[in-house]
Design a protein around this ligand. Sequence first.
Ligand SMILES: Cc1cc2nc3c(=O)[nH]c(=O)nc-3n(C[C@H](O)[C@H](O)[C@H](O)COP(=O)(O)OP(=O)(O)OC[C@H]3O[C@@H](n4cnc5c(N)ncnc54)[C@H](O)[C@@H]3O)c2cc1C
Length: 411
Amino acid sequence: MTAGTLKARAMRRIVVVGNGIAGLTACDTLRAEGFDGELTVVGAEQHQPYSRPALSKALLHGSGGNLTAHHLPPPTHQATELLGVSAAGLDADARLLRLDDGRHLPYDGVVIASGARAKRPAGVPNARSSQLFTLRTIEDAVALKHRLAGRPSVIVMGGGPLGMEVASGCLDAGCQVTMVSNNAPLSRQLGGHVSGIFVAAAVQRGLRLVSSGRARVVAATGRPAGTNHDDGTGVALADGTVLRADIIVSAIGDEPNVEWLNGSGLLVDGTLQVDSRGRLRPDIVAAGDVAFFPTRLGLRRVPLWTSAIDQAKVAAAGLLKGDAGPEGDIQPYFWTEGFGLSLKAVGFTPVEGAPDYCEPGETGDSMLMRWDDAGWGTAAAVNYRIPIPKLRKLANQGPGALRPGEAAVHR
Ligand SMILES: Cc1cc2nc3c(=O)[nH]c(=O)nc-3n(C[C@H](O)[C@H](O)[C@H](O)COP(=O)(O)OP(=O)(O)OC[C@H]3O[C@@H](n4cnc5c(N)ncnc54)[C@H](O)[C@@H]3O)c2cc1C
């Protein structure tokens, strides 16, 4: 069955799986598009949707008891909310969603927005540990924040945006911080220029950088992690050296939450691949971190906040309107903060090679652009207060989109 071949049947009961930003946006969009039927949202977490980006920014960096940075306005979509409950299976032919508490929900349409989870280092058990942290949920953030109050020494594994934000937060908390990364931090996402600016600021604030391929978590004794959690934790580098610290924060990527769909017939090679309107079938759509969406560079997961929102709008409309719904045209946008710097970037990553256009400032401020051979642009701005629409225009049109001297006013 292909997404475009079946006529969308009347939608009276829609179930949204996942109560993150994609699930919330899907619910809001369904209502905005006129869906007035029975709407149910199933969320594994006990909470109302909250801002994950805030967990590694304001919440981690904020002092004292400021644990509200992640709050979002209360939902207005009037869905029935089943929180603390997970979808455990889906029978696409019978149109039944199975929950882990034994209930079955019949549906006419489903939005899959079950997001992603933090990837665990190989061989490390899933159990929460007082020495090994990941950062995906509010509980993770609160646990890490409380642990940092004791100023432990920290090893951060992974030099992507999340690892850098965590390292910055740990330094702010007064910890000694070592980052283990297999390439220069942020270089895989944004190339050497932006990486250089952030690394210089990080090192100046005391970050120790260690480069290693294939690092793995071990107990400080050298035994595999998990065999003895009381004797401290270490990271074994590719050359066999074991680094030790009081805690390890792993920021080595994420994994989509798709296991509950095993046996549903919806997965292709273990992945959820949707069409340009977010559809897997006319009655099932997917959006956000869980989904591979068609992009200008082919099918991709774009695990970013604004992409989750854009995709959820497209998918909700696709569920209600079928081919009459708009097609998605994802142009990634993300931001990051740390070490006294802020960065906004529009366009696909990784960015390779030297920037085609670079406007260096005096204090690490920088605006740069790079176009690939097909002409797709990426624009990044460090410490510029440039509005996102203007950054998008730069990525799409190049520096000609700026009048001479115009960028400087955003510094
Ligand atoms: C610490 C951190 C910082 C980040 N910073 C940035 C940033 O600065 N900029 C940026 O663009 N992006 C950032 N991101 C990424 C961004 O937060 C995600 O792209 C976005 O949250 C994805 O939204 P989502 O709704 O698709 O998935 P999620 O936010 O993962 O939400 C999915 C929800 O579904 C639930 N769920 C899972 N399985 C089931 C099931 N079987 N049944 C029911 N519910 C289920 C999950 O528990 C979760 O609550 C950050 C992420 C993290 C973790």
